[in-house]
Write a protein that binds this ligand. Structure first.
Ligand SMILES: C[S@@+](CC[C@H](N)C(=O)[O-])C[C@H]1O[C@@H](n2cnc3c(N)ncnc32)[C@H](O)[C@@H]1O
Length: 275
């Protein structure tokens, strides 16, 4: 998948939501303080580096294999007046940084590896003794899609659609993987990644919300025929549901602000200590 700064920021702003709640959860769970060195691997547009930088004055380094995303990350951090270093690097071979960081983290990066013990061992290697390794991964199989105005049959179909053809979703498997590379005192919290209601988010307009729904519909139409788990008839019903919804909100844009749907899934935030 080709990641863009805009796509990553949008999905994070919707799923993790703007504001400080996630930052405060991380602050408590990871015991964030000013004297730490923190490494975020596969940082993309730097969403997590910025969330953490707002919670403490630690030295924060974001690393990604994609230079273009790092350019965007630098601009966003600068815009918010945050002092974060961004460098090109590979989570599979982080280089000459052994025992260097108090916290080594990554969000939705491990899922791309068939065997995650290689990147996880690398994360452990660059972590200081007593430091924390953190991985954040969703559990797609628990995706929930709830719209009060839909009947049970449609609701069940939407649920099936959310889970179809998605076998990845490492979240609940992370503790076992952490254990297998020798991390200790493993613990986790979960975050509900999701969009609550059709609310216009604080960073968008009604037109942008409608445009997003339209683009989403186009995406669904494009990839649904590839589904191995949804019958043709089910695919058509799903498309019809999204088309009718878009039509309804185009005709009634004022209703975009009603707060009545829940759409999302648990994301596991797992930590383990090196020694
Ligand atoms: C789903 S995005 C997550 C970005 C960011 N962690 C976030 O949550 O906003 C996955 C990121 O992993 C990066 N990536 C993929 N393979 C990588 C590798 N081998 N080493 C470092 N980064 C990698 C991609 O460039 C992309 O930015």
């Amino acid at each position: 998948m080709e990641y863009t700064v805009e796509g990553l920021e949008r999905s994070r702003n919707i799923g993790f939501r703007q504001g400080d709640i996630l930052g405060l959860v991380l602050k408590v769970f990871l015991n964030l303080s000013n004297d730490l060195r923190i490494l975020d691997l596969g940082c993309g547009s730097g969403f997590f580096t910025r969330i953490i930088a707002k919670q403490c004055n630690a030295e924060i380094i974001g690393v990604d294999i994609n230079e273009r995303l790092l350019d965007g990350a630098r601009k966003l951090a600068k815009k918010e007046g945050l002092n974060i270093i961004y460098e090109v690097g590979d989570i599979r071979n982080i280089g000459d940084k052994d025992n260097s960081f108090d916290i080594v983290m990554c969000d939705v990066v491990l899922e791309r590896f068939q065997v995650i013990t290689t990147p996880l061992s690398e994360m452990k290697k660059v972590c200081k003794d007593g430091g924390i390794v953190v991985a954040i991964e969703p559990f797609y199989q628990s995706f929930i899609e709830y719209y009060p105005e839909t009947d049970n049959e449609t609701r069940n179909l939407l649920l099936k659609f959310s889970r179809a053809d998605r076998n990845f979703g490492l979240g609940p498997m992370l503790p076992e993987s952490f254990n297998s590379v020798g991390l200790k005192n493993i613990d986790f919290v979960t975050w509900f990644w999701g969009d609550i209601g059709y609310k216009i988010l604080e960073f968008e307009t009604k037109e942008e919300k409608l445009q997003f729904m339209e683009e989403n519909l186009k995406r669904i139409k494009k990839f649904l025929p590839d589904s191995k788990q949804l019958q043709k008839e089910e695919q058509l019903k799903i498309i019809q549901f999204y088309e009718e919804r878009l039509k309804f909100y185009k005709e009634n844009p004022e209703k975009l602000n009603r707060d009545m749907s829940v759409r999302g899934m648990p994301v596991f935030i797992v930590k383990g200590y090196k020694k």
